[in-house]
Design a protein around this ligand. Structure first.
Ligand code: E4P
Length: 219
C-alpha cells in the first residue's frame, strides 16, 4: 500500500520524506488555508515547493466547480510540475473534467467520494485515483471501511485501473484496516503514520536490551 501524507505543511512533508516511506502528498483548499497560503501566485509556488521535496504524486485541487473553470485551472496546476495530480471534486462537471484530463494523459484524483456509485462514475471517467473519505463517514456514524470494501469489490470485478486512495484517515487503525481490505493508497496526517511505530513491548524490550548490554559492558 502506498503512503501519502495529507498536509500542506512543508516541515511535516520533509519529515515524512526523510523517513523513506513516503509515496506522495495530498492537499486540499482547507489544508492550504491552514498554512496561510493564499493568492494564485503563492499557491502555485507552494505546490512547486512540495514537488521539490517528494519524488512524485502531489495532489493539487481545483477551486472551480464548472467544466471550463476546472479545465483551465487543472491545466495550470499540471504545468507546475510533472509530479502534480489534478484533484477534481465529485460533481457532474467534474466527471467531464476527469474524462478530459484522462484523454490528455494528465493524472487526476477525484475527491469527496462518499458512495460506491460516485467511485464507479469516477473510474468510468478515467480517474487515476478516487478518494473515499473514511474519517468523515465515521464522523456521521457510517462505517467508512465498508465503503472501501465495496469500491475494492467493484473495481476488482471489472479490473478498473483507477486506484483507491483512502482519504480522511485519522488514526493507525484506519491505516491497518485499509491495508487489510486492499486500498491501493492511504493518505493521512504524519501523526497517524508515526503512531504505527508504537508498541509498549517494543519500548520495554529495547530498554531491557540496552540495560543488559550496559551491565555486561560495565564489568
Ligand atoms: C483528502 O485528500 C483530503 O485532503 C483529506 O483526507 C480530508 O481529511 P479530513 O476529513 O481529515 O479533513
Amino acid at each position: 500500500m502506498q503512503f501519502f501524507i495529507d498536509t500542506a505543511n512543508l516541515d511535516q512533508i520533509k519529515e515524512a520524506q526523510a523517513l523513506g516511506i513516503l509515496d506522495g502528498v495530498t492537499t486540499n483548499p482547507s489544508l492550504m488555508a491552514k498554512e496561510g497560503i493564499a493568492g494564485e501566485e503563492n499557491v502555485m509556488k507552494h505546490y512547486k515547493a512540495i514537488c521539490d521535496i517528494v519524488e512524485d504524486k502531489v495532489s493539487a485541487e481545483v477551486i472551480a466547480t464548472d467544466y471550463e473553470g476546472m479545465i483551465a485551472e487543472g491545466e495550470k496546476l499540471a504545468a507546475i510540475d510533472p509530479k502534480i495530480v489534478v484533484k477534481i471534486p465529485m460533481v457532474k462537471d467534474g466527471i467531464k473534467a476527469l474524462k478530459y484530463f484522462s484523454k490528455k494523459g494528465i493524472r487526476t484524483n477525484c475527491t469527496l467520494i462518499f458512495s460506491a456509485g460516485q467511485a464507479l462514475l469516477a473510474a468510468k471517467a478515467g480517474a487515476t485515483y478516487v478518494s473515499p473519505f473514511v474519517g468523515r463517514l465515521d464522523d456521521i456514524s457510517s462505517d467508512g471501511m465498508i465503503l472501501i470494501e465495496d469500491i475494492r469489490l467493484i473495481f476488482d470485478n471489472y479490473q478498473y485501473e483507477t486506484q483507491i486512495l483512502a482519504a480522511s484517515v485519522r488514526h493507525p487503525l484506519h491505516i491497518i484496516q485499509c491495508a487489510k481490505i486492499g486500498a491501493d493508497v492511504m493518505t493521512g496526517p504524519l501523526s497517524a503514520i508515526l503512531q504505527l511505530l508504537k508498541h509498549p513491548l517494543t519500548d520495554s524490550g529495547l530498554a531491557q536490551f540496552l540495560a543488559d548490554h550496559a551491565k555486561a559492558n560495565s564489568k
